[in-house]
Design a protein around this ligand. Structure first.
Ligand SMILES: [Zn+2]
Length: 552
């Protein structure tokens, strides 16, 4: 697939990382709408009796059921060292929460220039922690942030282990966070990790993405303390600009593909979320996005409709007509040639959707209404994950304030985007869209001028969920959580996923730690203690199963 990434002009679209998009789609509404006592939260709370073992710290007793504990401790031929590793993680639970507390206390907000020193400090904190654990850590400078005087925060490149007889796994995460102020509506100080009674670890960055990043460090430390050989060589790439467009990272990853990352046998990214709150998942696909603008202009300046109405071609009238030719109210894309590019659904793929833990009720809850296009779960999930969609976003230059101003805008810019899926091609799609709009404009017979163009484009991504990388993660999930994970895709984009795949030529797995209600970009962001501690077990267990998987 040709790499085409048109950089967005910052004046047109505010910096928002695609995983911002993900977090928002999956979490914002639920977080805004879910009180702490909503039904999905209650399910997380303890309902069974617990093992009264003194070896289990207080902080872990609250959620591990007898059956899950017995399940994790069961003797299997596979990854026999995990028992000792799990015990050590439980014993270190409070220590790991303290580590998260230290990280959350550094307000590494990448979008806020005044916080840049804190972002840099966070990168140094991570590198220091890695070095204390005996890992190699390097702070790679990326130069100035384009259009500013600011230094970009360094990328932390780490390596733990150089054993030629072991596999090498490259992991990615980010140590910067979204902005947060108590006055935004947080119940607690956003940069002070608060451990709630129900096990929520509240604080900016807890789930996105400091918890998962520290999960890798915790895994190293627990192995050392338990005297268990680390099962793989670990390469780490932690960036500090993810929430602000990942400036400079793509170039670094491409450059290091055959250098620092050369040994990688597979890639694992822990920076997304479960589909719900109960069932863990592994993510094997993301949609891409092509974002477009349509500019229509004519008059030399804004006009008064009492003076010019009815005698001049109006840009807004043309634009509204054009935008209405793109999509139907039931989401059908009207641009010729788009549907033809979409890969047909195979029976095997269809089977993956059947058992997925997802209900229309939860969707309605997160949607905040029952206005879904489809009534059933499979069609709805397919609409989000594997079908293209076209959304109309807004009109720049239009009158939108309250009141009844009689203006005729002289120039308006319509914004829309298409979420793309296999096997849509960026260039082909751009051509189809532009041609559609030019043809449609001709039929209007307007003397105005129209210009349509792509603003930024990022490709879709699909990995093979049958690959040993996914198989290892599935086994680890089953061992830690007691059930097979759902295999999911997401409707948004994480462009760095494709970059890692292209740079290394290896399979990329998305292995989430947090759940759908974590509120990654919202107020009261949290990571459940359960997800943090069991998630740390999961990351370590994944590496053990990786070591045991047959390569082909
Ligand atoms: Zn993130």
């Amino acid at each position: 697939m040709p790499r085409t990434l048109l950089r967005r002009p910052s004046s047109l679209i505010p910096p928002s990382s695609p995983s911002c998009y993900l977090a928002k789609t999956l979490s914002t509404y639920s977080v805004a709408g879910l009180s702490h006592s909503s039904s999905s939260r209650r399910k997380v709370a303890p309902t069974k009796s617990f093992v009264p073992s003194h070896s289990i710290p207080l902080s872990c007793r609250s959620y591990l059921t007898d059956s899950l504990r017995a399940h994790q401790a069961r003797k299997t031929k596979m990854a026999p060292q995990l028992d000792g590793y799990f015990k050590q993680v439980d014993a270190f639970a409070d220590k790991f929460i303290d580590r998260l507390r230290e990280a959350v206390a550094i307000p590494s907000v990448s979008a806020d220039a005044s916080r840049r020193p804190d972002v840099v400090r966070m990168g140094h904190y991570l590198a220091d922690q890695l070095k204390k654990l005996g890992a190699e850590a390097e702070l790679r400078e990326l130069g100035k942030q384009p259009g500013t005087d600011l230094d970009l925060p360094p990328v932390v490149l780490g390596r733990y282990g150089r054993d030629k007889n072991k596999r090498t796994i490259l992991v990615y995460g980010h140590y910067d966070v979204q902005p947060a102020e108590k006055s935004d509506g947080w119940d607690t100080e956003p940069f002070e990790l608060t451990v709630q009674e129900d096990g929520r670890l509240c604080g900016r960055g807890s789930t996105d993405d400091k918890g998962p990043v520290l999960g890798w460090l915790n895994a190293i430390e627990a192995h050392q303390a338990a005297g268990i050989d680390f099962p793989v060589n670990l390469l780490m790439c932690f960036e500090g600009m993810e929430e602000n467009g990942s400036e400079g990272l793509e170039e670094l990853v491409m450059e290091e593909g055959k250098k620092f990352f050369a040994d990688a046998d597979a890639v694992c990214i822990s920076d997304n979320y479960w589909l719900g709150t109960e069932r863990p998942c592994l993510t094997y696909g993301l949609r891409g996005v092509n974002y477009y603008a349509i500019e229509v202009s004519g008059p030399g300046q804004d006009l008064h409709s009492g003076v010019f109405g009815g005698l001049a071609h109006e840009p807004m009238t043309d634009l509204v007509r054009l935008m209405s030719t793109l999509v139907t109210p039931s989401g059908e894309i009207l641009i010729k040639g788009i549907a033809e590019q979409v890969a047909p659904v195979t029976a095997e793929e269809e089977g993956l959707y059947d058992g997925i833990a997802f209900t229309m009720e939860t969707l309605h809850e997160s949607l905040g209404s029952k206005t879904t296009i489809f009534e059933d779960k499979k069609k709805t999930l397919m609409a989000r994950w594997r079908m293209p969609s076209l959304s109309l976003h807004g009109i720049e230059g239009a009158f939108y304030a309250p009141g009844a101003k009689t203006v005729i805008p002289a120039k308006v810019i319509g914004k829309f985007s298409i979420r793309t899926v296999p096997n849509m091609e960026i260039e082909k799609t751009n051509e189809l869209v532009i041609k559609h709009l030019e043809d449609a404009f001709k039929t209007l017979g307007s003397k105005n001028t129209m210009k349509a163009y792509p603003v930024h484009c990022g490709n879709w991504w699909v990995a093979s969920p049958k690959h040993w990388n996914f198989e290892a993660a599935a086994k680890a999930t089953e061992r830690v959580w007691g059930e097979r994970p759902d295999f999911t895709r997401e409707g948004g984009s994480i462009p760095i996923t494709i970059t890692f795949q292209e740079a290394t030529g290896k399979n990329v797995l998305l292995l989430p730690m947090g759940s759908s209600t974590d509120g990654a970009h919202s107020i009261n962001e949290k990571l459940d203690k359960k997800n943090y501690i069991e998630g740390t077990k999961l990351l370590g267990a994944y590496l053990h199963y990786v070591a045991e998987e047959p390569m082909n």
